[in-house]
Design a protein around this ligand. Structure first.
Ligand code: C2O
Ligand code: CU
Length: 470
């Protein structure tokens, strides 16, 4: 056994863990099981109709990532909810009341934030007015699932590090009026080798020799390699003719997923079904973003792929990555399926601006600001309860940033001056370089709502502010 040195050397993170040794797992020479499946779901501990109760426990987890092309494994000394990465998927019906008993088994504080769900402020899992859940402590979150769609949960304390180490999971809120696909597949994308400080390293299963993670990957939103539900280039077994509803989340700290969606209609983005089906050839999922696609497996679709992407300019050099390799069974014909998209005209932009937030910053100094301010030293705009507010988010920096607002979803009025064809409701929207998005918010949730860039190192370095509804 050759000992490996795992280094925790992030300059700005919480307790620095002592370097320690881990053994090289035994190499049996056998290929490992690498089949893509949806993350295991949380068990509903409350038998009553309309009430869902789940238990989440944040703790440490040592996991291994197997690279099917080289046979090497990567050992990650990370974190997990309930010992799995992604954490358990929480499945709800619209209107359900969810109770979550959260245990913190980490040696540091944590929280759970419900990204995209309009929860009461005390349940939002932020540490703006409280300290979070102490090490060894617990918290009970209770809220009603009012929105339909694919959402997620993750810590909002030291999130740059805690999310990167594996603390995230999906929340699905179903609308009983939507048709059931033959199968649903939940895929959480995370970038490998994204954080040079992350406590992981590569080992060669043949020689047991460790090597440093590739530090050049991930610096500019290029994922290096994408992991799907914690697996590198897994195989997905599909039946020709079956209709698969894909629910995608980009849980990566900072990498943009530039997905090849040829022949895969986009059913939904962050907040439920779109007003009309959309057939882009590529779909950009920024950190924090979700989308739902209809996958109709058939000949020609041998892989699910992503294009290289650089958040300083979009398309970039590099190979197309096979995110998952498709093992197709049967030789039938792919059937189509229709979802009840309800067309609603977009709200016309009233032209005025109530809140203006400008993203500024520089890569080389790693300084990130909103309106020249850095969280928590921020000016707080105040909205009256029930007020309609127009928010403009401008990006003056030379890199893209995904804007996310807590507490309330928003309607996208325009992106780069262009209004969407139909009403578009989101909670996370990418703001390209030297561009702007205009958003309409109805202030129907009281509280101090975080508004930030979902590139978590940027949020950590100050690109976060607060919107108050009172
Ligand atoms: Cu997904 Cu403020 O977070
Ligand atoms: Cu950013």
């Amino acid at each position: 056994m050759i000992p490996l040195l795992l280094l925790a050397c992030s300059p700005h993170t919480a307790p620095v863990q002592e370097p320690h040794e881990t053994g090289v797992p035994e190499d049996t020479g056998e290929p490992r099981e690498n089949t893509l499946r949806s993350p295991a779901e949380a068990e509903d501990l409350d038998p009553a109709e309309g009430l869902v109760r789940v238990a989440l426990s944040a703790g440490s987890l040592r996991r291994e990532i197997w690279d099917p092309t080289t046979g090497r494994i990567r050992v990650v000394e990370g974190y997990a909810f309930n010992g799995q990465v992604p954490g358990p998927t929480i499945r709800l019906q619209k209107g359900d009341i969810l109770t979550v008993d959260i245990e913190n088994e980490l040696d540091q504080p944590t929280t759970v934030h419900w990204h995209g769900l309009s929860v009461p402020y005390e349940m939002d899992g932020v540490t703006w007015t409280n300290e979070g859940i102490p090490a060894g402590g617990s918290f009970q979150a209770v809220f009603t699932a009012d929105e339909v769609g694919t959402f997620w949960y993750h810590p909002h304390h030291d999130s740059d590090r805690q999310v990167d180490l594996g603390l995230y999971g999906v929340v699905i809120v179903e609308d009983p009026a939507e048709p059931a696909a033959d199968r649903e597949l939940v895929i959480v994308l995370d970038a490998d080798a994204e954080d040079p400080d992350s406590e992981s390293t590569w080992e060669d299963t043949q020689t047991g020799v460790g090597s440093d993670p590739d530090l050049t990957h991930g610096a500019h939103g290029d994922a290096g390699s994408w992991l799907l539900n914690g697996l590198l280039a897994p195989t997905v077994e599909l039946e020709v003719g079956e209709r698969v509803r894909l629910r995608l989340l980009n849980a990566s700290n900072s990498a943009y997923a530039w997905l090849d969606t040829t022949g895969m209609p986009v059913l939904a983005r962050d907040q439920g079904l779109l007003a009309e089906e959309w057939l882009p050839e590529r779909l950009l999922l920024a950190p924090g973003d979700r989308a739902e696609l209809l996958w109709l497996p058939g000949p020609g679709g041998e892989a699910f792929q992503a294009w290289p992407y650089d958040r300083r300019g979009g398309d970039t050099q590099g190979p197309v990555q096979d995110l998952a390799v498709v093992a197709l069974r049967g030789d039938g014909r792919a059937a189509s399926m229709s979802f009840p998209h309800v067309f609603e005209a977009p709200t016309p932009d009233p032209g005025h601006t109530d809140v203006l937030w400008t993203f500024q910053g520089e890569e080389h100094t790693d300084t990130w600001m909103i309106n020249g301010e850095q969280y928590p030293d921020v000016t707080i705009p105040v909205l009256a309860y029930g007020q309609e507010a127009i928010i403009e988010v401008r990006n003056l920096s030379a890199t893209e940033h995904p804007f996310h607002l807590h507490g309330m979803s928003f309607e996208v009025l325009s992106e780069g001056g262009v209004a969407p064809q139909a009403r578009l409701i989101e909670d996370t929207v990418n703001v390209p370089i030297h561009s702007a998005v205009r958003l309409r918010v109805l202030a129907t949730n009281r509280g101090d709502w975080m508004a930030h860039c979902h590139i978590l190192p940027h949020a950590h370095r100050g690109m976060m502010t607060v919107l108050r509804v009172e």
